[in-house]
Write a protein that binds this ligand. Structure first.
Ligand code: AMP
Ligand code: GLY
Length: 424
């Protein structure tokens, strides 16, 4: 089978490595992929948002199955366009991808169907939002409606910060049209858990839970980033909590989307907070998380391609989705300066012994050399029967990967270890 994966980061590298395990796969193209994946697939210089070029390429190459991984092409309707020309694809159609594409949509969906989430107000003009902010409880959380590269959420710890957030999103249009509407919501507390689920619109099968580390520096300090590391499973996701999530959140969400005529097929990502009043939804994503995928898929024992095709064909209930009872840890190696300004073009060397555990996000091949080409350069994944072992494995592999000005957190998994110890 000829496969095509739309996207080009560490998440896509993890998907590609797993898809390759299926014996019927002969070729995998990545659009655009990156130079660091060239041993596992064929990178093609077509951007993930260039839907016309993606469809043209898929037809030319007679692609048998496509996987659309990032939010942008999904929200733009890439799966619909591929289906229109007869190419079977993994991922939600545009009408369902809106669950991530519009926070106003997802909040209203949760309210209508009684799915637990933070209470909220929606504003379409800055004057009303600013007046609301004068009397709402503080801290408060301000979210741009549309996609904003993961940066459209501001937690305002005082009223001045809340006013600034409203002005910059709605008046200065810091995130463009994504800020034409905003959600102002209740500030929740509690540990966060990510749960990625396969769903075919009828049944839903959760993957192993995970924990992201969004801040740039050790001790959860510094700026928010696209994610500096992950561990799986997440110790806060106890069997009790998992049961509640299934019954109060996962199944009701899949059913709600069907009732709205927006059947969701693909990977539905639940960003959850385990609050003192039970688990609540912080956000939905219409796709695999990055870098959650890098710790989740290495633990998957069942065949990824079979599961993906079962979600497309709506036979997921008959498909086994089994995870190893092990742990995984991913440490992101970034370029010094990320998430602000950083330099590119440093040569990357990876000891062949650890290559299979490296998921490359921002690199380019030039004259046979692999050079850094992004802020988050790559993720190194360790696995073991225990979380402690997985963390050790990841950091020992990190020492076999080099590039100048590399920077990474040294405490990925520390919070999860403490939670494990506290629960014993
Ligand atoms: P998001 O982009 O929706 O994932 O939000 C980014 C981060 O903001 C989340 O991972 C949470 O840590 C935090 N966050 C979002 N909504 C809330 C909320 N209602 N209460 C507290 N923290 C929140
Ligand atoms: N790691 C969070 C996300 O993929 O949105």
């Amino acid at each position: 089978m000829k496969l095509m994966v739309v996207g080009g980061g560490g998440r896509e590298h993890a998907i590609i490595k797993k898809l390759k395990e299926n014996k019927s796969v002969t070729e995998i193209y990545a659009l655009p992929g990156n130079g660091g994946m060239a041993d596992d697939c064929i990178p093609v210089a077509i951007g993930a948002k260039d839907i016309d070029a993606i469809v043209k390429f898929a037809l030319e190459k007679k692609i048998d199955y496509a996987v659309v991984a990032p939010d942008d092409p999904l929200v733009l309707g890439c799966v619909d366009r591929l289906e229109e020309v007869g190419i079977s694809s993994f991922g939600p159609r545009k009408c369902a991808a809106i669950i991530e594409g519009s926070k106003v949509f997802s909040k209203n969906l949760m309210k209508k169907y009684g799915i637990p989430t933070a209470s909220y107000e929606v504003f379409e003009n800055a004057t009303e939002a600013l007046s609301y902010i004068e009397s709402c409880p503080i801290p408060t959380v301000i979210k741009a409606d549309g996609l904003a590269l993961g940066k459209g959420v501001i937690i305002a710890t005082d009223r001045e910060m809340a006013r600034d957030a409203v002005r910059s999103i709605m008046e200065d249009r810091k995130f463009g049209d994504s800020g034409s509407r905003i959600v102002v919501e209740e500030f929740l507390t509690g540990p966060e858990v990510s749960v990625l689920c396969f769903t075919d619109g009828k049944s839903i099968k959760p993957m192993v839970s995970s924990m992201d580390h969004k801040r740039a520096k050790d001790g959860d300090e510094g700026l928010n980033t696209g994610g500096m590391g992950t561990v799986a499973p997440n110790p806060y996701y106890t069997p009790d909590i998992a049961d509640r999530c299934m019954n109060e959140i996962f199944i009701p969400t899949v059913d709600a989307m069907c009732r709205e005529d927006r059947e969701f097929r693909g990977c539905l990502y639940f960003g959850l907070m385990i609050t003192p009043n039970g688990p609540k939804v912080i956000e939905y994503n219409c796709r695999f998380g990055d870098p959650e995928t890098q710790v989740v898929l290495p633990l998957l024992e069942s065949d990824l391609l079979d599961i993906m095709m079962a979600t497309t064909n709506q036979t997921l209930d008959k498909c086994e989705v089994k995870f190893a009872n092990h742990s995984a840890c991913c440490v992101i190696m970034a370029s010094e300066g990320y998430p602000e300004s950083y330099k590119k073009g440093y040569e990357i060397t990876i000891d062949p012994a650890v290559k299979d555990s490296v998921y490359v996000a921002g690199a380019a091949l030039e004259n046979g050399k692999l050079l850094t080409n992004g802020g988050r350069v790559l993720g190194v994944v360790g696995t073991d029967e225990t979380l402690e072992g997985a963390i050790k494995d990841a950091y020992s592999k990190v020492s076999s990967v080099h590039f100048d000005n590399a920077f990474f957190r040294r405490d990925i998994g520390k919070r999860a270890m403490k939670a494990l110890e506290d629960s014993q």
